[in-house]
Design a protein around this ligand. Structure first.
Ligand code: COA
Length: 168
């Protein structure tokens, strides 16, 4: 899949592809820039090898460095998709990278008969909540003090896909 991303003021082109092991260091860099308690390299490698997981990347087709613009990691279990991780490199935010990753992931789920998607998001993360809400995710619960680093609450969000997901 290749997207010209005409909406972007920066006109960043990117393609959505599956992660390879060669991408893990680029992913880790973004992870460390994005989260107070980043996933380890081992965790990404474990998810890469897991039959239940998929990691999709937004990749710049020309750049030598910073080739990976963002990624989404999803766990598929019992007919449900659990979005475990989503981030975009700070230099490339607001270019619809996360939007396209989420749409690709939900489209992949739907095509494979998975119609229910869950995720957890920090209560203070209004940017991510706005993105998920656009795709029809709704809050269904609160996990008090879920994040051990900041003791923040996690909002549990749920989406039931009745048709192929599309950007609202
Ligand atoms: C949240 C995150 C993934 C969004 O990535 P992105 O590629 O910049 O997102 P998009 O460009 O696709 O934005 C889609 C929508 O999300 C919302 N959004 C994203 N960033 C926002 C911001 N800084 N302020 C307000 N809304 C924001 C907006 O509704 C936006 O649509 P718009 O640009 O038409 O207003 C990115 O900010 C990030 O990596 N944050 C750190 C990690 C993180 O919080 N991950 C989510 C964990 S649950």
């Amino acid at each position: 899949m290749y997207r010209e991303n005409h909406d972007s003021p920066l006109k960043i082109p990117f393609e959505i592809v599956e992660m390879t092991l060669a991408d893990v260091n680029d992913i880790l860099e973004i992870e460390h820039l994005s989260f107070p308690t980043p996933w380890s390299k081992n965790l990404f490698v474990k998810e890469y090898h897991s039959q239940n997981s998929k990691i999709f990347l937004a990749r710049h087709p020309y750049l030598e460095q910073n080739k990976v613009l963002g990624y989404i990691c999803t766990w598929f279990v019992c007919g449900e998709a659990h979005i475990l991780n989503l981030a975009c490199h700070p230099h490339f935010r607001r270019n619809r990278v996360a939007t396209n990753l989420l749409e690709h992931c939900l489209g992949f789920s739907f095509k494979n008969g998975v119609k229910k998607a869950f995720l957890e998001v920090r209560a203070c993360n209004h940017e991510a909540q706005a993105l998920y809400t656009r795709y029809g995710f709704e809050p269904i619960g609160l996990r008090k003090g879920y994040y051990s680093d900041t003791h923040e609450d996690a909002i549990v969000m749920f989406l039931e896909m009745k048709s192929q997901p599309f950007f609202k």
